[in-house]
Design a protein around this ligand. Structure first.
Ligand code: TIU
Length: 221
C-alpha cells in the first residue's frame, strides 16, 4: 500500500516496494575546498551544510531496508568519456583532469572523487559513476532500475540546479514518480534553489514532488 507523504504540490504516493533513494554526487569534488566546485569559484560551505540531513535520509532508507543508490560525476583517467566542450568550458584556474588539492578534478579513483566519509556507501548499495550531469547518460541506470521494478525515486544531493535537476527531469521523462527532499539538496546560489523547487512543483508537479525530510520521517517512521 502506498504511503502518503505530505508534499508539494500534493501528497506524494510513496510505494514502499518499488522505491529507491538516489543520492546525487555528494563527493568531495563539489563539497570540500580545493575541488571542482571550489575551482569554479563557488562557496562550497553551502553544500557541506546539508550533510547531516542527507545522512538522516540515508539512515531512514537503510532502516526500512529500501534501496540506496549513490552517484558520482566521474571521468576516466584518459578523459575519453569527457567531451572536449566540457573540459574547455569556463575560466576556472583548474579544469577537469588537472591536479588540485584533492588530486585530478572529477577523475575516477582520485581522493576528490570519493563520496564524503559520513555518507559513504555500505555493502548492498549501488554506486553509479556518471560522465554527465544527468544520471542516465551512459550509465545503464535506467535498465537497472527497470530490472529491479523500481517505479518511484526519492532524490537528494548536489547541486540542485545542475546534476539533481537534470537527473530528476530525465527520470520524470522515463516515467519515474520523483520526490525531491528539499533540505537534502543544495545549490551554490540560494536563489537557484528556490527557483528550481518552484519549477518542479509548478503546473501540478510538472517535474514531480518536493518535501522536507521531516515529512518522510513522520509518514514512514
Ligand atoms: N557545477 C555545479 O553546480 N554542478 C556540477 O558541475 N555537477 C553537479 O551538480 N553534480
Amino acid at each position: 500500500m502506498d504511503i502518503a507523504i505530505p508534499a508539494r504540490p500534493y501528497p506524494y504516493p510513496l510505494d514502499p516496494d518499488h522505491t529507491a533513494l538516489v543520492v546525487i554526487d555528494m563527493q568531495r569534488d563539489f563539497i570540500e575546498r580545493g575541488g571542482f566546485g571550489d575551482s569554479l569559484g563557488n562557496d562550497v560551505a553551502r553544500l557541506e551544510a546539508i550533510i547531516p540531513v542527507v545522512s538522516g535520509l540515508i539512515g531512514l532508507f537503510r532502516k526500512q531496508g529500501w534501496l540506496v543508490i549513490h552517484t558520482r560525476e566521474v571521468h576516466k583517467p584518459d578523459l575519453s568519456d569527457c567531451p572536449p566542450s566540457k573540459i574547455r568550458r569556463g575560466n576556472a584556474p583548474l579544469k577537469i583532469g588537472e591536479t588540485g588539492a584533492m588530486g585530478r578534478l572529477l577523475v575516477r579513483g582520485e581522493p576528490g572523487n570519493q563520496i564524503v566519509d559520513s555518507l559513504a556507501p555500505i555493502a548492498g548499495e549501488i554506486v553509479i559513476d556518471k560522465p554527465g550531469k544527468g544520471m542516465f547518460w551512459a550509465t545503464g541506470l535506467e535498465e537497472m532500475l527497470k530490472g529491479l521494478g523500481t517505479t518511484h525515486l526519492v532524490l537528494a544531493g548536489v547541486t540542485i540546479e545542475v546534476c539533481v535537476q537534470t537527473s530528476m527531469r530525465e527520470a520524470n521523462d522515463r516515467g519515474f514518480e520523483c520526490l525531491l527532499v528539499e533540505d537534502a539538496t543544495e545549490s551554490y546560489f540560494s536563489e537557484f534553489k528556490a527557483a528550481a523547487i518552484e519549477m518542479i512543483v509548478a503546473q501540478g508537479g510538472i517535474v514531480g514532488w518536493v518535501a522536507p525530510l521531516a515529512a518522510l520521517e513522520k509518514a514512514i517512521g
